[in-house]
Unconditional design. Structure first.
Length: 390
């Protein structure tokens, strides 16, 4: 079956965050919104069919995890990552950011140090700060158009850190970390008694030519000292269902976290949380392959368009995900001027790169998970603004 990713879908009237937050955040609602990390493609038909079928039974009662839920996860991880897991290793969580917050509460106490690599998905350090833990920063290095880890600096600053929240693959830079990089992280964290929390929500969006490696799979030290969070929500465009899970291979860590979750019934999902995962993982391979090819086409189109028409703006070509970090430093704006340029001149609502921490200044993040026509419209608006100034 050929899926249509060119279809433009009107999301007005659906309480879509990307639209409803325009006025409160930017003071205007005439902006083309390419900021929130969900896609403007239909959620796959096999997921929607599973939800509709469940609604045919008009009792929305309490729901347990079916055996098919665990089986679908086990099979997906085996087929896609050659990672063999069993039901006992899997814990449901209502979203990965809440899951990280649960880990913070379970394994650290107020005042403890938690390490993150910036620039990075901002809830990593915001959730840490809001839970009264101290954030320790290990800045990434931008080199030859891609981010790389500063392992020597990491060895210095990790001492005393209870947790390391890893973005694997990286957001907003789109890096797919190599096995060698992950092994180095595993060694450093194991030797310092620092538990690794690996957010792998973008794993299934690894683009053609690259291979994602689950952190827990890279070495014995990684396996024994990690919590890996995953979800089909990004890849299959269903983040509103808040269904994710974590894999914990170390029995002591798993028991402690399971006890914490069960104490507050945090591992109990809603009525659609499990059947959506089953549908995505059992039927989603071909749809996902077509999606990734389409996203790669959008990335290529944007890169070529900028090189031809706006050479002062470059992109960090993502190796995973539909999120693109735009390097606008050659425009020589202050960060406020840069944001104002995109909002007031180009009429685009994007993510301010500074929100991702040090290393994000001079950048903007754009969501290319949309029909090509929308991306082209955004680039033409940007070009009009660009030509007025440069």
């Amino acid at each position: 079956m050929n899926y249509n990713f060119d279809e433009i879908i009107d999301r007005t009237g659906t309480d879509a965050l990307k639209l409803e937050a325009l006025k409160p955040r930017w003071g205007r609602d005439d902006l083309l919104p390419l900021w929130v990390a969900d896609m403007d493609f239909r959620t796959p038909p096999f997921v929607m069919d599973a939800l509709r079928k469940r609604c045919e039974n008009e009792i929305l009662g309490y729901t347990c995890k079916p055996a098919s839920y665990f089986k679908s996860i086990e099979q997906w991880l085996l087929n896609r990552y050659d990672w063999k897991v069993s039901k006992e290793l899997i814990n449901f969580t209502p979203g990965i950011v809440p899951g990280i917050a649960f880990v913070l509460k379970c394994f650290t106490k107020p005042g403890d140090k938690v390490l993150v690599q910036i620039p990075v998905y901002h809830p990593f350090f915001l959730v840490t700060e809001h839970n009264h833990r101290e954030v320790v920063y290990n800045p990434l290095i931008l080199e030859n158009g891609q981010f790389r880890m500063n392992l020597e600096h990491l060895k210095q600053v990790i001492k005393g850190c209870k947790l390391f929240i890893l973005c694997n693959p990286h957001n907003p830079g789109g890096r797919v970390w190599t096995k060698e990089e992950l092994v180095a992280i595993a060694d450093i964290c194991y030797e310092n008694g620092t538990l690794v929390v690996s957010d792998e929500i973008h794993a299934d969006l690894t683009l053609p030519g690259f291979t994602h490696t689950p952190f827990a799979k890279v070495s014995e030290k990684a396996r024994l000292n990690s919590i890996v969070f995953m979800s089909p929500s990004k890849a299959f465009n269903m983040p509103g269902l808040s269904s994710s899970y974590c894999i914990i291979e170390n029995s002591e860590i798993r028991k402690k976290f399971s006890t914490f979750l069960n104490a507050s019934e945090l591992s109990e999902g809603h009525i659609f949380a499990f059947i959506s995962v089953v549908a995505a993982y059992e039927q989603g391979t071909e749809w996902l392959n077509q999606l990734l090819n389409y996203i790669q086409g959008n990335i290529d189109f944007m890169d070529e368009y900028l090189q031809k028409n706006m050479p002062l703006i470059k992109i960090i070509r993502p190796q995973a995900s539909y999120l693109i970090f735009m390097d606008c430093r050659k425009l020589r704006f202050t960060q406020k001027e840069l944001v104002d340029f995109f909002v007031d001149k180009a009429h685009l609502a994007l993510n301010d790169g500074a929100m991702f921490g040090k290393g994000g200044t001079g950048f903007m993040r754009i969501n290319a998970g949309c029909p090509k026509a929308i991306l082209e419209k955004a680039l033409k608006q940007l070009q009009t603004a660009y030509n007025e100034v440069f």
